[in-house]
Design a protein around this ligand. Structure first.
Ligand code: AMP
Length: 420
């Protein structure tokens, strides 16, 4: 072991398990690529103000969880705790929204950083795949994203998850509700911090996980009863479109989310096998965010799915992904001359698209064959001095154990034909 360890709240992705993470990212991305979403990548850090304004000054993310630092040039930056605000910043900066082709549909994949109290499923460095559809107010777009996330999870074989759906209203009806909720909260027995939160962002009190708070919220007014006609109609259409697609969901009138920018459609994917960190993904509409960060009005909707928790969900359901074995052929040289010959064959196989690996370092046959086994290769190619003197190499079928001599000049073609 070295003197150093991974920082608290982080962990390393190591082979072979890391293959699962790649497969999860790929499975989430595939339906997006297939639905008009283009790949976007933004820096891992941004001006801290982008998050303060975009995510919300009173959110836990901004007040407690951001990794903020000052550069030598005096800029105040933050490691990104989420990627919606950065994506919108990038789209506005590049004027993609002016290209006359709204909505701008993009997807991303990357690390997020939050200084949280670590526990299983909650890390300080984690990974999300996200999708954003920017610049259109259309219930079909909200429905599309929910359907695509559902498709992604199902393509991984997951079934033990639920979709929670709510509407947070808009700038017409939410303030009326907010005031009513505040009135209600002021009458409760809450600690000072929570009372302060009730004044700044009362909706977030609904999200308080503490039993002592939750048990007082039974009679809290619900946003559902305050939605204006436009929000009601919008929400109803989202629900109808999802239902028509055969995607089931639960109405959750108390669902709010930790980020301030959400309006109207809000949803969360929860997995029932994950204990307290049960949210595997979430998102919603954020019609006001563009204006909050200095842009024009650009109604938008998006989600972010957590890769780490999706992997935990797979484990909870006992799902083994069918991961293609990475190595098809493993070469085992038993002499100096064989090293040169087989190394050249491995190079040729690789150039022809066959996944091949080689026994590196000086090893005896036994330990080299162990490496061949561990690699998961379908075939091993073994050669020693005597083989080469006869112009052959040994081709071993790692499943049946059968071994045959093949001409040195024929081995690449033979392997290609065997592997199809
Ligand atoms: P959020 O950006 O908070 O809406 O989170 C979206 C998804 O990211 C969640 O549903 C989780 O799957 C994942 N996520 C958020 N925070 C963490 C964390 N600290 N550790 C691991 N995954 C997280």
């Amino acid at each position: 072991m070295s003197t150093f360890k991974a920082p608290k709240g982080t962990y390393d992705l190591l082979p072979p398990d890391s293959a699962k993470f790649l497969a999860v990212r790929e499975a989430i991305a595939a339906p997006l690529r297939n639905s008009g979403y283009g790949y976007i990548e933004t820096p891992g850090f941004e001006n801290v103000e982008l998050f303060a304004r975009g995510v919300g000054e009173s959110t836990d993310i901004v007040t407690k969880e951001m990794y903020v630092f000052e550069t030598k040039g005096g800029d105040r930056l933050a490691l990104r705790p989420e990627t919606t605000a950065p994506v919108l910043r990038a789209v506005l900066e590049a004027n993609l929204h002016k290209a006359g082709n709204l909505p701008v549909k993009v997807w991303y994949s990357g690390s997020q950083y939050r200084y949280e109290r670590p526990q299983k499923g909650r890390y300080r460095h984690f990974s999300q795949v996200g999708a954003e559809a920017i610049g259109a107010e259309d219930p079909a777009l909200d429905a599309e994203l929910i359907i695509l996330a559902d498709q992604a999870y199902r393509s991984l074989g997951l079934s033990n998850f639920r979709i929670l759906l709510n509407s947070l209203g808009d700038k017409e009806c939410r303030p009326v509700y907010r005031a009513a909720l505040q009135d209600f909260l002021r009458g409760l027995d809450l600690d000072e911090d929570t009372l302060r939160r009730a004044e700044i962002n009362p909706l977030r009190v609904l999200d308080d996980k503490r039993e002592s708070v939750q048990k007082q919220l039974g009679d809290a007014p619900l946003l559902r009863d305050y939605l204006c006609d436009a929000c009601k109609a919008y929400h109803e259409e989202v629900r109808e479109l999802i239902t028509a697609a055969g995607v089931s969901f639960e109405d959750d009138p108390k669902l709010v989310r930790g980020l301030d920018y959400y309006t109207r459609t809000t949803f969360e994917f929860v997995h029932d096998g994950l204990g307290s960190q049960s949210a595997v993904g979430g998102g919603g509409r954020y019609d006001g965010l563009s204006e909050m960060i200095g842009g024009p009005a650009l109604p938008s909707v998006g989600w972010a799915l957590g890769v780490d928790r999706t992997v935990l969900a797979l484990e909870a359901e006992g799902i083994e992904l069918e991961l293609p074995s990475t190595t098809s052929v493993f070469a085992v040289p038993l002499s100096e001359e064989a090293r040169r010959v087989l190394f050249a064959k491995v190079t040729e196989l690789r150039r022809n698209g066959v996944a091949a690996d080689f026994s590196f370092g000086v090893k005896g046959l036994k330990s080299a064959m162990k490496s061949a086994n561990r690699s998961g290769a379908r075939y091993a190619v073994i050669a020693g001095e005597r083989d080469l003197a006869e112009g052959v190499v040994q081709l071993k079928d790692m499943e049946s154990g059968e071994q045959v001599a093949i001409g040195v000049n024929e081995i690449v073609a033979e392997l290609e034909s065997k592997l199809g």
